[in-house]
Structures are given as C-alpha cells and as structure tokens.
Design a protein around this ligand. Structure first.
Ligand code: AMP
Length: 398
C-alpha cells in the first residue's frame, strides 16, 4: 500500500521550501496565550533548517475574512518562534507579490522566514488558482504540516501543491497519519473506541467507519441519549436527536452483525436547573435505564464509569473522541475525567482524537500520559470517517 511521502523521504537542502504550518494560536490582547502549536511545529522546522533548506513558513490565524486585519497578524508568532528556535525569523508583512518574492530571495540556506496571514486574501479559502500560483512562486518544494486545516482544500494547503515538487508532509502530519490511520486500521487488539460529545448526527459517519475496525465501541455524552431512545428508553429533558433514532438502531444492528461490542451508559447523572454560563446545577439524581421527566442528562453515572473503565483496562489500543458529559461544568465532569484517568493509567496505545477530548485530558492533568493527541478537531473526525483530506491527498506518495 502506498503512503504519503514525508520530509524524511526527500532531500530539501538548498531548496526554497513553502511550509504550511498551523500557527492559529490563541491571542489575548495581542499576546500568545498558548504556544503549543508553535512548539508542535518546531521538529519539522528544525529538520529543514538542519538540512540547509530555505524555510518559508505560512499559516492562517483566526478568521480575518479575506482582508488584512492587524488583529490577526502573525507578527507575534514570528517573535515567539524565533525565541523557541534560537535563531532569527524574518517576518514578511505580506504573503504574495514582488516585494515578498524579493525578501524570500534573500534567504540563505538554513534561514527562516514567516509570511503574513494567508487568510488576508480571499483567494486562500476559495483555493483560487491564481492566488495559489502566487504563493507557489516563492518556493520550489511544498511541505504541509498543518493537520488542523488538512480537511480544507485551500490555496496554501492544497492548491499550491500543483506547482511545486516535491510535495511532502511534515513530521506532525506524518504522526497524525500513523496514529489516526495505521494504528487504528491495523491496531493491536482489542481496539476499544470511546465516542462522546453532543450529537449523533455529527459523528454517525465516524461510528459507521469504526464499526468496521473496532472490537468495542463505547458511546457517552449527549449522543448516548439518542441511542437510549432507540432502545425504547426515555431521556427526560436530555439533549437528543429523535430524527436519528433509526440511524442509531442501524448502528446497533451493524454492531451485532459485525460482532462488535457496543456499549451505551447503564446509568446517567441528571440535573435540574443547569446554568451553563454560571457553571452551576440545581438538584441532581442518578437514573439507571430510563431518565425521568424533567431531568436532564449531563454525565455518565458511576456504574457506567466502572463498565467503561473495565473495557479500557482490557484494551491494547484505545481511541477516544468526545467527552462523556458537560465536562466544562465541575458538577458534570466526573465521567469524562474518570475515562481520561483510565486511559492515562492503561498500558494500551492511547490515541486522543482531537478537539474537546484533548482539552478534557489536559484539564484532567493527564496530557503527558497518553500515546498520541491529535492536533485536528474536524480534520481528525473526517480522517477517521475515511474521507480523503485535500491537504494530504495533494502530497506525493510512495
Ligand atoms: P463534540 O464537539 O460533539 O465533541 O461535543 C462536545 C460538547 O458536547 C461539549 O461541549 C459537551 O459539553 C457537550 N456534551 C457532552 N455531554 C453532554 C450532555 N449530556 N448534554 C449536553 N451536552 C453535552
């Protein structure tokens, strides 16, 4: 089977390399409040510098809607990156045009420049061929290392690849493909998948795809309530999607046909008077099976925590996407944090599939005790669904 070429497969010394990074960092009053994305990009950049490439970095930041906006400038990233790299990073105040070309032409081997936000141009998200060609004029080769935007066919993630060669992935994307791809496609078994979050409709394609691979699938979060309805149970005031009851029934059936153990919560923590903004709840009650009228499910109950934890303990590979409850509120985070702890304690290969589960495992303090945390939310879901990611399929394969 072919695989995506990575920077380890090619020699980019002396070449001008256009590197699409994910520097979409959170800014508070112009200051970077979390630099993990900059830190995550360092291995690829250092590899290219060590090889003697002329490194031209590019990224988006926020949603400037296709026009320049100082609030979304990448200038603070250039400064932070230079400090992390321990070498100067030339910040170029635009990303296309003659002046940018002249600046880039000055780069010596092993030097690094960062272009201004590509989303200052509408052509970026439109994947406009002319804009992509202008970006490509700056370089010889393309490295994509922005997994978080790899599910978007944008000029700097896909369009630019048409003009450059070689086109390869960076070390971050290489890792994402290894864990979300190889390690879940040909896992060490048993493979236990834990899915949670708000909506069945958002994740049904993932459930469907994983029913082909997993030994056990565990469903938590509000998603579980639609499955409870499908079993004929009541869910009180809980968030559910009655339009997806038939879909849920089909998933139960497919699991049975495939011999996949398919678990939903056996008990539910419910509340009254939930105030998300204030982070408070009123009365609480645990229901086994059906949920009583007027009560809202907010987390899995203690018996489900035990049931799910035992499954995780027996797994050799664990893939987790989506919280077990409204983990943002203290009173509703026990299920999510218990699952996080069991995953952290287990010797299994543990893969955290992006978005809220990464946030939850970090909040629970176990961020450094898992095998891999994906950097993509939407991208990791689409990849797990088995969809082609334009930012990956634009790259060379071997
Ligand atoms: P997702 O983006 O689909 O992974 O969903 C994450 C969101 O699902 C989080 O913001 C959780 O608060 C929410 N969520 C999880 N369980 C519940 C629940 N029982 N009721 C309402 N929202 C929930």
């Amino acid at each position: 089977m072919s695989r995506t070429k990575s920077i380890k497969d090619v020699d980019l010394s002396g070449k001008r390399v256009f590197v699409r990074c994910d520097f979409n960092v959170p800014l508070t009053d112009g200051q970077i409040s979390d630099d993990s994305r900059i830190v995550a990009a360092l291995p690829t950049i250092k590899h290219l510098v060590a090889q003697g490439a002329k490194v031209i970095l590019s990224s988006h930041l926020g949603r400037p809607k296709g026009e320049p906006n100082a609030a979304f400038s990448l200038a603070p990233v250039a400064e932070a990156l230079a400090a992390q790299l321990g070498q100067p990073v030339t910040f170029i105040e635009d990303c296309i045009g003659e002046e940018v070309e002249a600046e880039v032409a000055k780069l010596a081997e092993g030097e690094v420049a960062l272009l201004e936000n590509v989303r200052f141009y509408k052509g970026e998200t439109d994947n406009d061929p002319e804009f992509a060609a202008s970006l490509a004029k700056l370089a010889d080769a393309f490295v994509n290392d922005a997994f978080g935007t790899a599910h978007r066919a944008h000029a700097s993630t896909a369009g630019v690849a048409k003009h450059l060669s070689p086109c390869v992935c960076g070390l971050l994307i290489e890792k994402e493909l290894a864990y979300l791809g190889d390690k879940t496609n040909t896992p060490e078994r048993p493979l236990t998948v834990i899915l949670g979050g708000a909506k069945v409709s958002d994740k049904i394609k993932v459930i469907d795809a994983l029913l082909e691979k997993a030994d056990t699938i565990i469903i938590g979060g509000a998603m579980a309530y639609t499955f409870k309805l499908a079993k004929g149970e009541t869910v009180g005031d809980s968030l559910s999607e009655p339009d997806f009851i038939e879909t849920a029934k089909a998933a139960f059936k497919k699991a049975e046909e495939k011999g996949v153990k398919f678990l939903i919560p056996v008990d539910t923590l419910t509340v009254k008077d939930l105030d998300f903004g204030a982070g408070t709840v009123g009365d609480t009650k645990v229901f086994e099976g059906s949920i009583g009228e007027g009560w809202e499910g907010v987390d899995i109950g203690p018996k489900s925590i035990e049931l799910f934890s035992n499954e995780v303990k027996n797994a050799k590979t664990v893939l987790w996407n989506g919280p077990m409850g409204i983990f943002e509120i203290d009173a509703c985070n026990k299920g999510t944090f218990a699952v996080a702890k069991t995953i952290a304690d287990s010797d299994a290969c543990s893969i955290i599939g992006g978005g809220d589960s990464v946030k939850a495992i970090k909040m629970a303090g176990y961020g450094d005790q898992v095998t891999f945390m994906s950097t993509g939310g939407g991208a990791s879901l689409e990849f797990l669904e088995g969809k082609e990611l334009p930012g990956v399929s634009a790259l060379d394969t071997i």
